[in-house]
Design a protein around this ligand. Structure first.
Ligand SMILES: [Zn+2]
Ligand SMILES: [Zn+2]
Ligand SMILES: [Zn+2]
Length: 331
């Protein structure tokens, strides 16, 4: 066996053992994969099958359903690191295999199991002591209009509890479609009823300083060509007065399917809500169907207060109330 592998490795027509290629190539970025595929015929075949598998599931098997890229010419898929939930920002971009045969296990969600959280009035909000399905649970009682509440890492109940519906990844079938003008767009791949939870906005959680630094860098990149960032700034107004929590979620390098949702000046078909899981340090930005959404319809929502910028990117939302440019955060 070892001899066979060695012979293969020394055969100029078969420059690299195929068994190794199957293990190594899924870790490569698209430019690296393109380089490797030019070296010999067998590597070209392996990288071709990896490209096919990548374009058949953007979620890298992290979600309940595969998320295909459709209608693509070039590039056949978008390359980013997938996370089904919020992560703390990392200076170094991790490598993550994609397109191999093996299934990878999900990264742990951001939580604070050992932390007791206290709300504005000093009440401990770490979680409930329910042992049943949390049908009459203090966690879900706190559900408000602007901020939702669910059970979380601080609760005694398990993952089968009924008050954790937004914590199980993308809840519906979706697909990523190439649009001539907008670039990538996220569409429904099934009927979705009004009010249904669809997905959260997952990505890197940034400090405001880091968010400003990155936005500046992304703006420069956008000036020099087609580049779209996916950095969202969410402000949560706390009930106790003027205090305001600012959440910066960047899904540009690391994120989930929500990074493909385009802006619509008329508000789109998705509503957003911050959902706090008991015991978790940060709320999550969750999307719900604002109306019944038929299969194939594109998802969209309003990126926020419309702020025109001279160098704003053009908006192609097609709604009668279109402002012509995408809203952007003045940092
Ligand atoms: Zn409970
Ligand atoms: Zn529960
Ligand atoms: Zn609970």
């Amino acid at each position: 066996m070892a001899q066979q592998v060695l012979r293969k490795a020394h055969n100029p027509n078969d420059c690299f053992p195929i068994e190794c290629a199957e293990l190594v190539l899924p870790w490569l970025t698209p430019p690296e994969l393109a380089n490797v595929s030019m070296t010999c015929k067998s590597l070209r075949q392996v990288s071709h099958s990896i490209t096919l598998r990548r374009s058949s599931d953007a979620s890298r098997s992290f979600e309940n359903f595969p998320v295909p890229f459709l209608n693509t010419t070039y590039p056949p898929y978008a390359h980013f690191i997938y996370t089904p939930s919020l992560l703390l920002s990392s200076q170094h971009l991790p490598r993550q295999p994609w397109g191999g045969r093996s299934v990878i296990s999900p990264a742990p969600a951001l939580s604070a199991e050992s932390v007791s959280l206290v709300d504005e009035s000093g009440r401990v909000v770490s979680g409930c002591d329910c042992r049943d399905a949390c049908s009459d649970c203090p966690c879900s009682c706190l559900d408000g209009l602007d901020v939702g509440r669910e059970c979380g890492p601080g609760c005694r109940c398990g993952p089968e509890c009924g008050s954790r519906s937004s914590q199980k990844g993308v809840a519906v079938r979706v697909k990523i479609v190439r649009d001539g003008r907008k670039g990538w767009a996220l569409c429904a791949d099934q009927f979705i009823r009004k009010g249904q939870f669809v997905f959260e906005y997952a990505g890197e959680l940034l400090t405001t300083k880091e968010a400003q630094k990155r936005q500046q860098y992304y703006d420069e990149l956008a000036l020099h060509g087609r580049f779209s960032s996916a950095l969202l700034v969410i402000r949560e107004h706390l009930p106790s007065g003027n205090a305001c929590l600012r959440l910066n979620i960047d899904a540009t390098r690391i994120g989930n399917v929500a990074r493909f949702v385009n802006h619509s000046c008329d508000g789109g078909n998705l509503s957003t809500k911050l959902v706090r899981s008991s015991g978790a340090l940060f709320p999550r930005l969750c999307f719900f169907a604002l109306e019944d959404i038929p299969e194939d319809e594109e998802f969209s929502f309003s990126y926020g207060e419309i702020r025109k910028r001279s160098n704003g990117l053009p908006c192609f939302c097609n709604s009668p109330s279109c402002f012509g440019t995408l809203p952007s955060e003045d940092t």
